[in-house]
Design a protein around this ligand. Sequence first.
Ligand SMILES: C[S@@+](CC[C@H](N)C(=O)[O-])C[C@H]1O[C@@H](n2cnc3c(N)ncnc32)[C@H](O)[C@@H]1O
Length: 233
Amino acid sequence: MTVGDDQKHWSRFAREWIDWARSPDHDAFWAYQSAFAEFVGAGSGELLDIGCGEGRVARTLKPLGYRITAVDAVAELVDAAKGAESAADYIVAPATDLPFATGSFDTVISYNMLMDVEDLPAAVREFRRVLRDDGTLVISIVHPLADLQTIGAGDNYFERRKFETEAKGNGLTMHFSGWTQSLERYASALEAAGLGITSLREPLPEITPAREHLAQWQRLPLFLWMKARVISG
Ligand SMILES: C[S@@+](CC[C@H](N)C(=O)[O-])C[C@H]1O[C@@H](n2cnc3c(N)ncnc32)[C@H](O)[C@@H]1O
């Protein structure tokens, strides 16, 4: 199996991500986590958290009742998720080559990782493969409209664009790398995998005094959440 640039990037900056993601109220996650748990909803059965990072999404969803398997391409992140008792099972694997039998999961979650994945259509095809025919795929992405805030004069919304950014704050640094792409590219990947969008949300952040820096996202959408179910194939 070849190691993709996405895996190389996240391996290189795994320590940065663990510190970044675990600093309370530092990034936007904290202002959206309750709404995301509500969007996923209480349930049972097998849930797969793909691109789990250090495990905070799994820890947020754990009280909902599912049995969670956490997967990430980066061993250091999976070890961190394990150390924090985020899920029931932990696997190191790329999103495009998951070591699970077809139809293994009732729910598949992909939280803020599809922007980072090199081959979006292949990843979504693999999500569908491991999903039961009556299962639900839940996706969070950075809203393509939020990306327009930083679009350059020579950039084209319709073209897939590589981004490399260094974010700083609260004494922390995080190197992000991935692809900005149109809403249609995400929808096409779902359609090609035989999945249809059944719910779509543009969530608002929960603002507290410690989260005033997120107030702009009450006027503009930062994230886009979707549920998809099998419609063909
Ligand atoms: C922005 S972080 C999000 C982590 C976690 N979902 C969260 O919200 O806290 C993106 C994650 O996707 C993982 N990732 C990137 N490309 C991947 C791939 N091809 N297969 C599996 N995981 C990948 C990275 O290792 C990283 O943990």
